[in-house]
Design a protein around this ligand. Structure first.
Ligand SMILES: [Zn+2]
Ligand SMILES: [Zn+2]
Length: 205
């Protein structure tokens, strides 16, 4: 969903826009994630959401023309957290896996599948905002449990993987590690990428 909806190529969006009612939620999800989160914010670098107050105000003015959806985007701190219909689009495609697991794996399987399927939305909501901060600041500002997680190897690797997604939008879509390898969308950071991460205050160890 992240690759084919949230970061859908312009050509795909042109196709959706021919049927705006039918594809309304896909168009909105792609706008808030790809246009606002990837393009209109974090222009300077991965850890600077706006270069100036004027830049934020210009985006606010544009979002005001998007009615209720614009307001939802603003309230999600410009699509840094899950929000509105975006969260539905995020979670809905995962739901058919639950009855499937019940049929094939029984009740223990359902518990396992639910826990696993909860990870992408949970990470997007509670971890993603801190991936756009230097490590020291993230650890300082996050609630204590989140801060403890952010210091672990897994979450330090997640921060690097997410840096790579913003740097090269066609790869490294997943916050859950390993999923990009399975989907052959993993791009390893180069020495230059690692140097830039270090300059921004991300942990590269
Ligand atoms: Zn993206
Ligand atoms: Zn991001």
């Amino acid at each position: 969903m992240h690759q084919h909806v949230s970061d859908a190529p312009n050509k795909t969006v042109k196709g959706w826009e021919r049927f705006p009612r039918l594809f309304r939620y896909l168009i909105r999800t792609r706008f808030s994630h790809h246009v606002v989160h990837h393009r209109r914010t974090f222009k300077q670098d991965h850890i600077t959401q706006f270069r100036s107050e004027a830049e934020r105000e210009a985006l606010d003015l544009e979002l005001a023309t998007h009615g209720a959806h614009g307001e939802i985007i603003r309230r999600s701190n410009y699509a840094v957290r899950l929000h509105g219909s975006g969260s539905l689009v995020f979670v809905a495609p995962l739901l058919p896996a639950i009855p499937l697991a019940a049929m094939l794996l029984g009740s223990a399987g359902v518990v396992g599948v639910c826990l696993t399927l909860a990870l992408p939305p949970l990470f997007s909501q509670f971890i993603h905002p801190y991936l756009h901060m230097p490590h020291e600041r993230a650890v300082r500002e996050a609630p204590s449990i989140t801060a403890w997680l952010l210091k672990r190897t897994y979450f330090r690797a997640m921060a690097r993987n997410h840096y790579m997604h913003h740097r090269y939008v066609a790869s490294n879509f997943n916050l859950v590690l390993g999923a990009d390898h399975l989907r052959r969308r993993y791009r390893a950071p180069s020495a230059a990428d690692l140097a830039e991460m270090q300059r921004l205050g991300l942990r590269i160890d």
